[in-house]
Design a binder for this molecule. Structure first.
Ligand code: URA
Length: 217
């Protein structure tokens, strides 16, 4: 259950495995963030990007989604290209990078061992995803990075996964919102060619076109 403000506290106990992992890394690396990573970007944004979970040495270390790990390089470069970010991405939270009309969150807020949250952890953390969506008055589009984020968003809206399957480049109406989906911009996916920078840009080009057209689902 979310805390009163819909955000996990620094010592959120809801997922015992993740809390134990966090404790280990607080001992190993006391200067790291090592806590549930908050969303980044303005609540008034029209776009919410949903990632998987903080990377151990990325968001879990720096405290900002996709910051300090490989996935962030392609993500922030692409966001800048489509005017969803401005400034310089410097891989640390005080680099001055700003998100414009866009916000980033994760399906799971705490770093999971081997980057793999369990089904129960994804379900538990969904309450925070729901609260994040609910606090965005101008939201029009969600962008899911990877199937886990896609499915969690679909479940959040009470839609059927079979009627709303994940597909790279796919788009679905979810109530008054549009969900755009992409392969995750992980190092693995980009190194193996599953996701090319062009494929990733195409997703955000579609989002930009959708917002600029002013159309509703
Ligand atoms: N960093 C994040 O914050 N989320 C991801 O999904 C991957 C890296």
């Amino acid at each position: 259950m979310p805390q009163a403000n819909g955000k996990p506290g620094r010592d959120c106990p809801l997922c015992p495995r993740l809390a134990a992992f966090r404790k280990t890394w607080r001992a190993n690396e006391p200067t790291w963030f090592n806590a549930p990573v908050p969303s980044f970007g303005p609540r008034e944004a029209r776009v919410l990007i949903v990632g998987l979970a903080p990377g151990l040495q990325g968001a879990n270390r720096t405290g900002r989604p996709f910051t300090g790990d490989y996935a962030g390089v392609l993500l922030y470069e692409t966001l800048k290209h489509y005017r969803f970010a401005r400034g310089q991405y410097g891989a640390h939270p005080d680099d001055g990078l700003e998100l414009t009309d866009c916000r980033i969150t994760n399906a799971v807020r705490c770093v999971p061992p081997e980057n793999k949250p369990t089904t129960a952890e994804i379900a538990t953390c969904r309450d925070f995803l729901k609260a994040t969506i609910a606090e965005m008055p101008k939201l029009r589009a969600l962008v899911a990075l990877g199937k886990i984020a896609h499915d969690s968003v679909v479940t959040t809206f009470g839609a059927k996964k079979s009627a709303t399957p994940f597909k790279h480049g796919g788009r679905h109406a979810l109530g008054e919102f549009n969900l755009f989906s992409s392969y995750h911009c992980s190092r693995y996916n980009t190194n193996t060619g599953v996701l090319t920078p062009e494929m990733f840009r195409d997703v955000f080009a579609n989002v930009r076109r959708y917002l600029d057209s002013g159309s509703r689902p």
